[in-house]
Design a binder for this molecule. Structure first.
Ligand SMILES: [Zn+2]
Ligand SMILES: [Zn+2]
Length: 145
């Protein structure tokens, strides 16, 4: 498998953009973070590495990372768009706690299969899907008892 850095460099050159040291730093910091991160959270980490990188650059670079397939956006319905690793990561869906905001990543092969069947039934060829299950996590249920 190609390194994420190479994928991004190739994508940039197709867009007639260059892999600058700033973009490289943003990519590396992003790749070091597991989980889901907003543009603002990433900016706060990057600031510590290189204070010359502005918030708008982080925002734009994250968009490029998503377009290149390195990252994807996740939306937990709280008004914040977050990014997670996509390249080299298996597809997963999310369970989201509406009380504390905790997210759980999960895959159920039966549900995956059923989604394909459902699409087929309607004459669709499935390209991708997003499944978010919203609810209250175990800890939050216990707290409210
Ligand atoms: Zn919770
Ligand atoms: Zn995730």
């Amino acid at each position: 498998m190609k390194a994420a850095q190479d994928i991004f460099t190739e994508y940039l050159s197709k867009q007639r953009l260059k892999m600058t040291p700033q973009r490289r730093t943003i990519l590396d910091v992003f790749l070091n973070e597991e989980g889901h991160i907003s543009s603002e959270e990433l900016y706060n980490l990057i600031r510590k590495e290189d204070s010359s990188i502005g918030q708008a650059t982080v925002y734009r670079t994250l968009k490029l990372l998503a377009e290149s397939g390195i990252a994807k956006t996740v939306d937990f319905n709280d008004g914040v768009i977050r990014y997670e690793h996509k390249y080299g990561h298996e597809h997963h869906d999310h369970l989201v706690c509406e009380c504390c905001g905790k997210t759980i990543e999960a895959v159920d092969h039966e549900i995956e299969h059923l989604q394909k069947e459902l699409a087929k039934k309607h004459g669709f060829v499935l390209t991708h899907h997003e499944m978010y299950l919203f609810g209250v996590c175990k800890e939050c249920q216990e707290k409210s008892e």
